[in-house]
Design a protein around this ligand. Structure first.
Ligand code: NAG
Ligand code: NAG
Ligand code: NAG
Ligand code: NAG
Ligand code: NAG
Ligand code: NAG
Length: 479
């Protein structure tokens, strides 16, 4: 041992003896300790050269004393104060106070042998308004209760230091934090960090916001006859907040209407878990008790609209709506296309085509393309071109959905047969006609020839008579 220290101790001892231990000796500095309401705190008192006994006092009242045996004073700390015997044998006389209260704050004095140590206890608490669980879009005020001299810093549930923003406001020199427009994503443990020159403390605060994740407007573009799946993700595990009585449900609002129609509802009490019935052709699944999925197979044009899921609790109601846009195509006529006919292909969307989108028909691998007119909800193409046509909806260069339609030519082999039949019939007709003509001509010729012969005969007869007459004449003349 250091001789100067020995001297010091001897002097102290002499002084203590002189004072007969009745007057408290000079305190050896003061330590500040921060504690949180409801938690445990350790008030340090260490003197490595002592292992005999200790007396802890609060406002001159003995809290706890250990001199061969343990004694407790009649204080509010009666069953909340403790000493660690093992540590005491090593000269560590620290006081363990549990279930701290605000009223526990103050000056504690630890007396070990002739020495005293002073501990200043400051007690803090994070309070919230409103208390308990919160609903999406509500606001929350967190306040640190305790000495105002401490410096307070807040950290969010992602361990980022909170700074003043549009939705976060720091008040009373940072001792209060107001969170506006709470989101499901704000659920989690926030931290209040308290510091002073000599002490520091972190107090966690659990924020529970009931609501839906991804609240931003969500639009699903679907082709008619396809399957649509609506997904609602809750911020909280419903089973964990079973003590709440709440009702949830799904409503549907058609495009043309302003009124929501109930598709189904169900109530969850502390005794039972949600029980689903299949309504119409809808299929419900409940995953991990905070994720609701609704499937609608073979979606039809009339199914377009808003699908809103809501949770109703005594405090109010939170909801999330998903917008379903349906696309369909039709052709007129639907029959195979005969050679010189046109077909009209119509592609329709359940809402006017958004400004950042385009609805168009195109001939796959061809050049023909028809775009929608601004503000229209349909696009029409009149064509003779057979083959595969496709109507697509492109939103900001992403094809959201498309439907194919094949324009078929009226069966070609049949028309070929018919045309050959036509040609055949023509030939037969032609042959018949030429036969008739031939017959007519030959008959005509025969008649002409017969007439000629008849005429010739007549001529011959006439000539004979003439000759005869001439002969007679001649005979006469000759005679
Ligand atoms: C202390 O005693 C009170 C009643 O006197 C009791 O309510 C409390 O739970 C006790 N605390 C501990 C930590 O035992
Ligand atoms: C003194 O004892 C307490 C428990 O009684 C313990 O938490 C603390 O760490 C100890 N201090 C030292 C310096 O050993
Ligand atoms: C949707 O399915 C029905 C029946 O299965 C069918 O008649 C109709 O043509 C289909 N619509 C489209 C656009 O494919
Ligand atoms: C749920 O449905 C039942 C029966 O149709 C109805 O009486 C009740 O009001 C509905 N609950 C809500 C919150 O809409
Ligand atoms: C086919 O469409 C073209 C151009 O629109 C039109 O001139 C023609 O008359 C149409 N033909 C028939 C048979 O409808
Ligand atoms: C379009 O062209 C691609 C590649 O050239 C080919 O694989 C596809 O079958 C064609 N589609 C049609 C409908 O002709």
């Amino acid at each position: 041992m250091n001789p100067s220290r020995v001297v010091a101790y001897s002097i102290l001892a002499v002084f203590s003896v002189m004072q007969l231990g009745l007057i408290p000796t000079m305190a050896e500095g003061e330590t500040t300790v921060f504690g949180a309401v409801g938690e445990q705190v350790i008030l340090p008192c260490i003197d490595k050269f002592q292992n005999e006994g200790v007396t802890w006092k609060y406002n001159d009242l003995v809290v706890i004393q250990y001199q061969k045996q343990l004694l407790r004073g009649r204080t509010p700390f009666f069953n909340r104060s403790e000493l660690n015997k093992q540590e005491m044998s090593k000269g560590n006389f620290s006081l363990i106070l549990s279930q701290l209260r605000h009223s526990d704050a103050g000056k504690y004095v630890c007396g070990v042998g002739s020495r005293t140590f002073m501990v200043q206890l400051q007690v803090f608490e994070v309070t919230s308004s409103p208390s308990g669980y919160l609903l999406q879009h509500e606001k929350l005020m967190l306040t640190i209760q305790g000495p105002s001299s401490a410096i307070v810093t807040w950290y969010d549930n992602r361990e980022n230091k909170v700074t003043a923003t549009q939705s976060r406001e720091l008040k009373n020199g940072g001792h209060s934090l107001q969170i506006h427009n709470l989101r499901a994503e704000d659920s989690g443990t926030w931290m209040c960090h308290i510091t002073s020159l000599s002490a520091k403390l972190d107090i966690p605060y659990k924020v529970l916001v009931i609501g839906f994740h991804h609240l931003n407007q969500e639009t699903l573009y679907k082709a008619v006859n396809s399957t649509v799946s609506f997904s609602y993700s809750l911020s909280t595990d419903l089973q964990k907040i079973r003590e709440l009585e709440y009702i949830t449900g799904l409503e549907w609002k058609p495009m043309a209407d302003n009124e929501y129609l109930e598709k189904f509802n169900f109530s969850v009490t502390s005794k039972e878990l949600p029980l689903f019935k299949q309504i119409a052709n809808m299929q419900f699944t409940w995953k991990l008790s905070n994720h609701l999925e609704v499937k609608l197979p073979k979606v039809q044009f009339k199914d377009a609209g808003w699908y809103q899921c809501q949770i109703t609790v005594s405090r109010g109601r939170v909801e999330k709506a998903i917008h379903l846009v349906v696309m369909t195509v039709s052709a007129d006529p639907v029959e195979p296309l005969s050679k010189w006919a046109n077909v009209t292909l119509l592609c329709k969307l359940s809402v006017p085509v958004p400004h950042n989108a385009q609805l168009f028909w195109e001939h796959v691998n061809g050049t023909e393309k028809e775009l929608n007119m601004l503000g229209c909800n349909e696009v029409m193409v009149k064509t003779k071109t057979v083959g595969l046509w496709r109507c697509s909806l492109k939103v900001e260069n992403n094809v959201m959905t498309s439907i194919d339609y094949t324009v078929v030519k009226a069966a070609e082999r049949n028309s070929c047969v018919w045309s050959w039949a036509g040609v055949g019939a023509g030939i037969v007709l032609l042959l018949l006609a030429s036969l008739c003509t031939y017959i007519y001509i030959t008959q005509q010729q025969r008649r002409q020839r017969a007439e000629k012969i008849a005429r010739a005969r007549r001529d011959l007869l006439e000539r004979r008579t003439c000759q005869c007459q001439r002969q007679l004449k001649n005979d006469y003349s000759d005679a």
